[in-house]
Design a protein. Structure first.
Length: 586
């Protein structure tokens, strides 16, 4: 029998026999195999088994965000599997095995094939090679060569660069060489990628940048940089003495960086003018180059070419590493590039009527992005599509007799004010099915066929019920007994107070319309209704800075940090808090 061996990021293994012809894999409930890490999409992949013995097994990528890798290579759509193949989904490794010993290549062989596939990448010339040198106390001084056009960094042996630390994901980041520069890309890792303390999805590296992968800090040594690690460079070590050798080394490095930058400018001027001597005009050439680079970056931002804009500001920072506007716009470019991809993905989900994916992605979309504002007019359509799709799913569960599942769908719908109508319809269908199931079997006439669907329309005249010992049913026209109204599903009236969910939904609409001041009042009311929820603080943390209320924003950001249940958001929250504290105490 074929089996799927699943290993998580901590080395825990689970064995799943392939007894079904189709197995779905994803983060959302309802999948055959549920993988709960955030770098797994809600509906990530599917395994399909065809034929008997020997069976053919295919793995299919369900248009997931981070993709599916087979033996180290990302598949485009679907691919056939053989025993011993290694599948990578987020932080999970899945190996296909057979009970027959002779057909069981061990996992090490699969990893070796995957590693070999990854390593078949073009090598760089000596003058193009760079390095990453660890400057944190863990692994301090260890150096990793950047000697190929594409490198995968991770904790396990199948990666090109192996950083063996518990905070590093199995496949944490990718480093690529293009346009004569190295770019680092976060592979949806658990602890993210930071460059100079800022969280990035993609960032071009500049000489001297400090790259953080989890709890490991590394200094980027650019091609031609003669940097040599010393113990004074360890950033997270406690310095007991006053300003001594460590500080002098730091000042020396800064002066060296300035000297190298000046040399680059002088050399660039000489090569452009053909002059062999030093010219005072070289002093003026620096602001001209920087100004042109900034203008180019701003034009690219206007055209929403975010990645190219990030490169333009990166080139400015090669000349002036402390240029604050270039740093800010480079960070914005990286953030909006990621938001643009998420925005386009939502548009595709809407076009494909994938309402659940579109709705949940919309709920998690950053409020401070310009693409978030564009999604505002689409919210009503997405919410309606999601509610209708969930109603349809719930009705299918009712028809299949899976009432427990239908009740869970109803509970989720009832919590959403925009889905009150759909929740009511599903509740009626569930109650009708419950009444039908509770009716004694001998009450139904012998000629009446069994019900095939809950939503069938009753005929004008119902056949007489045979006389039995069972109590007679109530007439169809008799109203149901009064029941306590559902306070969540029922819409708010003029005399009733709005619910937490209604306040949160209305606040989002106001933010999308640019009415931030009004949204703040609703978010504060929502916080009073549910003091334990972190979501009002999250939205206030994003809205208040735009109103100039920096101190209030900092308070709510810290409350968000204290209540946020998902550790993956912590780096982003810390970054926001640091920015606000820097504005308050420059």
């Amino acid at each position: 029998m074929l089996r799927l061996v699943i290993e998580d990021d901590d080395g825990k293994t689970t064995v799943v026999p392939l007894i079904r012809d189709e197995i779905t894999i994803g983060r959302k409930e309802g999948n055959t195999i549920r993988l709960t890490e955030r770098n797994v999409s809600r509906h990530h992949a599917r395994l399909v088994r065809l034929g008997a013995t020997p069976a053919t097994v295919f793995v299919e990528d369900l248009d997931s965000y981070n993709g599916v890798r087979l033996n180290g290579e990302r598949i485009a759509d679907k691919a056939s599997l053989k025993v011993g193949d290694l599948i990578q989904i987020g932080d999970y490794a899945l190996a296909l095995k057979d009970d027959a010993p002779e057909d069981q290549p061990d996992r090490a062989a699969a990893i070796e094939r995957a590693a070999t596939a990854v390593h078949q990448v073009e090598a760089l010339a000596d003058e193009q090679k760079g390095r990453l040198v660890v400057v944190s106390s863990n692994l301090a001084g260890e150096s990793f060569n950047l000697d190929r056009r594409e490198l995968i960094v991770g904790r396990t042996d199948e990666n090109d660069i192996v950083v063996n630390h518990r905070s590093i994901s199995r496949n944490h980041a990718k480093i690529i060489f293009r346009d004569d520069a190295f770019t680092i890309i976060d592979l949806a890792s658990s602890n993210g990628v930071k460059v100079n303390g800022e969280v990035y999805g993609t960032a071009s590296l500049v000489k001297g940048d400090i790259v953080e992968l989890g709890q490991v800090k590394m200094r980027y040594v650019a091609p031609g940089d003669s940097y040599v690690f010393t113990p004074a460079d360890v950033e997270d070590a406690e310095v007991v003495a006053g300003p001594g050798m460590g500080r002098l080394v730091f000042i020396g490095l800064m002066l060296a960086a300035v000297a190298v930058g000046t040399f680059v400018l002088v050399d660039r001027y000489r090569s452009g003018n053909g002059s062999g001597g030093t010219d005072p005009a070289t002093v003026v050439s620096q602001p001209v180059d920087v100004s042109a680079g900034m203008d180019e970056g701003r034009r690219l931002i206007e055209r929403e070419e975010w990645e190219e804009a990030g490169k333009a500001f990166g080139r400015v920072l090669q000349v002036q590493p402390e240029h604050e506007e270039a740093q800010r716009l480079r960070k914005k470019s990286a953030s909006e590039a990621a938001n643009q991809r998420r925005y386009n993905r939502i548009l595709k989900d809407v076009d494909d009527a994938q309402w659940a994916d579109a709705f949940f992605a919309l709920e998690e979309f950053p409020l401070d992005s310009q693409y978030g504002v564009r999604l505002g007019p689409m919210r009503e359509r997405i919410e309606r599509g999601f509610a209708d799709a969930e109603l349809e799913r719930g009705l299918r569960l009712v028809e299949d007799g899976a009432l427990d599942g239908a009740r869970k769908v109803h509970e989720a719908l009832a919590l959403k004010p925009f889905a009150a109508v759909q929740a009511g319809k599903l509740q009626d269908a569930i109650r009708a099915a419950e009444r039908l199931a509770a009716r004694p079997p001998d009450v139904r006439p012998a000629t009446e066929p069994p019900p095939v669907a809950v939503n069938t329309v009753a005929p004008p005249r119902r056949p007489e019920t045979p006389v039995t010992d069972a109590p007679p049913r109530a007439p169809a026209t008799r109203p149901e007994p009064r029941r306590r109204p559902d306070p969540v599903a029922a819409p708010a009236t003029a005399d009733s107070q709005p619910t937490y969910q209604e306040l949160m939904s209305k606040s989002l609409q106001l933010i999308a319309q640019g009415r931030r001041e009004e949204s703040v009042g609703l978010l504060l009311k929502a916080h009073r209704l549910d003091p334990q929820s972190h979501v009002p603080h999250q939205r206030l943390c994003a809205v208040l800075p735009a109103l100039g209320r920096t101190v209030d924003a900092l308070t709510h950001c810290k409350l968000w940090r204290a209540k946020e249940p998902n550790p993956a958001y912590r780096p982003r929250i810390e970054s926001l808090i640091q920015q606000l504290e820097a504005e308050i105490n420059p």
